[in-house]
Design a protein around this ligand. Structure first.
Ligand SMILES: Cc1ncc(COP(=O)(O)O)c(C=O)c1O
Length: 226
């Protein structure tokens, strides 16, 4: 076994699930032979714990590193921030500049709130949607993270996420009261969504979906959803 595989076997005994992110599990790629851990990453090159060099032709940090790993400009900006002190009782003035920039890039938005993960962003969005509509039920289409409001769909039927990226996520530990609050529909299937909305007229106030994943957005479908 390579050093990464040995370390991963140990990780599974002390880290639930083995990795910090489902999408980085070695089992998804090459069980028991995947390098699993990196020592260094630059551009598209990665060195594993045995100093073997790889070229990342895959997911580049699940899509986060579109400029390449250890990009010199990004690195320098981070180093500068750390040297000035990256945490303080007062706020970072840069957050205002970033909020303005994001509103400029996404002109359909008016305000910005930062979150740390995708699942957290979706939970915030659903909370706001429920507050604005005064209704509890949510129609879902895609993968939206691990939080209770989303996994609740599998309380109704363990097959509910079958075609929505990650099937069979276990809803153990969720409050039973969340049953029938997250109702799935399939991308492109407007009839399914219309049936959900008409069968839950007084209770459904939020529709959340992945606009696109790995294929072009279906604009006629998105217009009808809106
Ligand atoms: C569309 C979408 N929403 C939410 C999430 C959850 O993000 P996180 O794992 O950062 O909580 C993911 C993660 O892959 C995602 O692809």
């Amino acid at each position: 076994m390579n050093s990464g595989a040995v370390l991963y076997a140990k990780a599974k005994t002390i880290i639930p699930g083995g990795t910090q992110l489902l999408s980085k599990r070695p089992e998804m790629f090459l069980p028991e032979q995947w390098p699993s851990y990196f020592k260094e990453a630059r551009g598209v090159e990665i060195w594993d714990l045995d100093n073997i060099k790889y070229m990342d032709m895959g997911i580049m940090g699940i899509g986060t590193c579109s400029l390449g790993y250890a990009n010199p400009d990004v690195n320098q900006a981070v180093i500068n921030a750390v040297e000035r002190g990256s945490m303080c009782t007062l706020n970072s003035y840069e957050e205002v500049e970033l909020a303005e920039k994001l509103i400029e890039l996404h002109p359909y938005t008016e305000m910005v709130r930062f979150s740390r993960t995708g699942g957290e962003a979706c939970s915030i969005a659903v909370r706001i949607g429920r507050a604005a509509s005064g209704k509890s039920k949510v129609a879902i289409c895609g993968y939206h993270g691990w939080h209770d409001w989303y996994l609740a769909t599998n309380l109704d039927n363990s097959d509910n996420l079958k075609d929505l990226l990650l099937p069979g996520l276990n809803p153990v530990g969720l409050p039973a009261a969340l049953k029938e609050t997250a109702l799935p529909f399939h991308y492109g299937n407007i009839d399914e969504l219309e049936a959900i909305v008409s069968n839950n007229k007084d209770e459904i106030g939020v529709i959340i979906l992945e606009v696109q994943r790995g294929r072009e957005a279906d604009l006629p479908f998105l217009r009808r959803v809106r």
